[in-house]
Design a protein around this ligand. Sequence first.
Ligand SMILES: Cc1cc2nc3c(=O)[nH]c(=O)nc-3n(C[C@H](O)[C@H](O)[C@H](O)COP(=O)(O)OP(=O)(O)OC[C@H]3O[C@@H](n4cnc5c(N)ncnc54)[C@H](O)[C@@H]3O)c2cc1C
Length: 290
Amino acid sequence: MSKGTSISKLFAPEKPLFSIEFFPPKNEAGGEKMLKSAAALKPHNPDFVSITYGAGGGTRKTTMHYAKVLKNEFGFEVMPHLTCVGHTKTELLEILEEFAEEGFCNIMALRGDPPQGEDQFRPVVGGLSYATELVSLIRKFFPHFGIGVGGYPEKHPESPSKKIDLLHLKEKVDAGADFITTQLFFDNQVYFQFLEDCKTAKIEIPVLPGLLPVQSIGQVQRFCKMCEASLPKELQERLEKVEKEEQTGVGTDWAKKQVKELITRRAPGFHLYALNQSEASLRILEWLKK
Ligand SMILES: Cc1cc2nc3c(=O)[nH]c(=O)nc-3n(C[C@H](O)[C@H](O)[C@H](O)COP(=O)(O)OP(=O)(O)OC[C@H]3O[C@@H](n4cnc5c(N)ncnc54)[C@H](O)[C@@H]3O)c2cc1C
């Protein structure tokens, strides 16, 4: 069984890395689609792929299953996500133990959103309240794990201010996080400002920009509303001007422009929220090779 590489070792100033995010499919058809996308993306050799932990914490089995498939059948370096939602500390340790036994050595450590219908995050009895606690737990019991955490260039929706959000981000870093992957953003200036803010807050680990190649105006509006990210007027207008079937092209071109500037300005790489689809990511990756 491959032992894997800590993602923290993959960041190199002279070589921007790229990663792809998948989510655990809900059914067999979704699973086939996801694996087809993974197969199409494989020749581009992403530095790592990640697989999310479903909202509400209910995907323990499917996240594990597909993480194993992506690692063992495709040979990807895989970073499974893990959230605190609905789990006691003991259960979290069991899940981490299972990942370790299966040869994973990277985890994206998250608190998670409140389950549907609840407006506030409440830990279960014996559970954890914040991602920082999960990072500390992983560092204590699995010191060899590479740990990623989420960062919010436009601030986390629950946070009263950017400044307070950054203080809590710094706590995650001090607890042992190796790198930050950002929430999606569509204006690179938002990311560059976040880098400045991190520097001021003495956050010195790599900040990997997270990009969503937009597929449709409806989709991007839903996402922006959900995570309180801003949608630049120019992108909205470009999407509104074209028919639905052309919107993916507009979204891909926008993402290409973002990637190019990020790399030129020495971002550590980019992370694509591919949503189990390969088309837009492939177009970006093929264009980058030219
Ligand atoms: C890259 C990325 C990947 C993601 N993947 C998933 C996934 O796989 N599954 C999923 O369900 N969700 C995922 N999410 C969404 C994430 O779970 C939500 O945004 C969630 O609401 C916050 O998780 P967190 O880990 O950032 O929480 P935290 O870092 O714990 O922060 C949550 C809120 O609490 C505040 N806070 C932190 N510490 C303290 C403290 N000590 N006292 C008071 N306030 C505090 C923060 O400022 C913030 O407002 C992802 C997000 C990102 C950016």
